[in-house]
Design a binder for this molecule. Structure first.
Ligand SMILES: Cc1cc2nc3c(=O)[nH]c(=O)nc-3n(C[C@H](O)[C@H](O)[C@H](O)COP(=O)(O)OP(=O)(O)OC[C@H]3O[C@@H](n4cnc5c(N)ncnc54)[C@H](O)[C@@H]3O)c2cc1C
Length: 415
């Protein structure tokens, strides 16, 4: 059973169904529905879409060549690198369509999708093992129970299922916040680059924003504009995102049209749980995937790629585990899930947490995108791969070798 049909849940359900597992996917909303997001997909997300068998050549997908970084009056365009194991392009698509498409794909793959089912908590047996979930269904909130040998919690940042089992978040890991708004902008909607601004200010404090702003083209006449920020270390207070966004938008050229009269949605914000902030990712019959396990990257705020990648790992682990008899041998197989998640991201996220603590939350991105760095294509190339985790594994060029070498020096955090 999978709780939540966002990218993590729908990808997990699709992979499970494709592996021949009977899977129930429970979602509290109906589709289509909004999800507050920047709608930006890096090559890592594209890879996951391809692995799921989603046709990304149909209308509605907007391809991008790379990123455009803007800082201190300079701007640089960085194409996604040509790597052996990842696509060399990114995509955008509004979550309104994207999530519906993924959920339909899970359904078409054989998962039983049930919408308007809000899970209220896990059901446990006398030993404390999860044996299903309690939920309320439909407009009347009819109480129901669903039982399954394994439950995947993919219910996003609210993490209701995990919390029901007492899995609270690790307070030492950061939770950033981000806000976005859609605008109609013919001038920017077909931009071939994801544009990122690194020198934004918090107008109330005068400090640099400990994060960045984005303008992501959607190709349908709209752009997704927003900003994300870590809590400001020096003041230990959350940033006023609305004020920072308004201040930034005033700086942008009039002809882009990012003004109140062209707004196509309200400004909405949501938390970004980062750095694997909820553990264990497997225990007592419950696997945590995506935002419910805090899988957002502390380097960039990206979370869709990890949500879908972890979903695939979880599905593979479950399919292998279900091939064993219930009991210690199956449990042993299931415990490989957190092992694999740690192997992929623990060091990278730990280094990101450190960069966040020491630099980004104090001074923002401005010192990182120093004019000397902006003037050096080689340095920028390394930085871009570090920030977006776009590299081959095993390493196929010197940049990959350097990044992997640095990560090997980071102590492995506990599971
Ligand atoms: C403003 C903003 C901008 C962002 N921009 C980007 C970006 O450009 N690129 C990127 O990669 N990431 C971005 N992220 C992060 C990204 O949105 C998340 O990491 C991603 O959505 C995580 O996917 P998920 O499936 O784990 O959770 P979610 O997408 O939150 O999905 C959880 C699902 O579970 C359902 N659910 C919740 N509770 C229950 C319940 N009790 N019962 C049943 N169903 C339930 C929800 O309705 C939802 O469908 C952004 C986040 C924010 C806030």
């Amino acid at each position: 059973m999978v709780v939540g049909a966002g990218p993590a849940g729908s990808a997990a359900a699709a992979h499970l169904a494709r592996a021949g597992v009977d899977v129930l996917l429970l979602e509290k909303s109906g589709f289509p529905r909004e999800k507050v997001c920047g709608d930006g997909l890096t090559p890592r997300s594209v890879l996951q879409l391809v692995r799921l068998g989603i046709d990304i050549d149909t209308p509605g997908w907007m391809r991008n060549k790379g990123m455009r970084w803007v800082c201190g009056g300079h701007q640089v365009e960085l194409d996604w690198p040509r790597l052996g194991t990842l696509p060399d392009f990114g995509l955008t698509r509004s979550r309104h369509d994207f999530d519906e498409l993924l959920a339909s794909h899970a359904s078409a793959s054989g998962a039983r999708l049930r919408t308007h089912v809000k899970v209220t908590g896990p059901l446990t047996d006398r030993s404390g093992r999860v044996v299903g979930v309690a939920a309320v269904r439909g407009p009347e909130g009819e109480p129901v129970e669903y039982r399954a040998p394994l439950v995947v919690a993919a219910d996003g940042a609210s993490a209701r299922t995990a919390l029901g089992l007492g899995l609270v978040r690790d307070e030492r890991r950061p939770v950033a916040a981000a806000a976005r708004r859609y605008y109609r902008s013919e001038a920017r909607t077909h931009d071939p680059y994801l544009e990122l601004w690194a020198d934004l200010r918090c107008p109330r404090t005068g400090h640099d924003l400990p994060g960045y702003g984005w303008v992501f083209p959607l190709g349908d006449g709209r752009v997704n504009v927003g900003l994300g920020a870590l809590p400001q270390q020096r003041r230990r207070r959350p940033v006023d995102l609305r004020a920072a966004l308004e201040h930034w938008l005033d700086r942008l050229p009039e002809e882009w049209g990012l003004r109140e009269e062209n707004a196509d949605s309200p400004l909405r914000s949501a938390p970004l749980p980062m750095g694997l902030n909820r553990r264990p990712q497997y225990g007592r019959g419950l696997l945590l995937v995506g935002d419910s396990a805090g899988m957002v990257s502390p380097w960039s705020g990206e979370g869709i790629a990890q949500a879908m990648e972890a979903a695939e790992v979880a599905a593979e682990t479950i399919a292998l585990a279900l091939a064993r008899p219930a009991g210690p041998r199956r449990e042993h197989a299931l415990h490989q899930y957190p092992v694999e998640i740690q192997r992929r991201w623990a060091r990278y996220f730990r280094l990101g947490d450190l960069a966040g603590d020491l630099v980004l939350s104090r001074f923002g991105f401005r010192p990182v995108l120093h004019p000397r760095v902006m003037a050096s294509p080689r340095l920028l190339g390394v930085l871009a791969r570090l920030l977006t985790h776009v590299s081959d594994e095993p390493a196929q060029d010197r940049v990959d070798a350097l990044l992997h070498g640095i990560l090997r020096l980071v102590p492995v955090p506990r599971r």
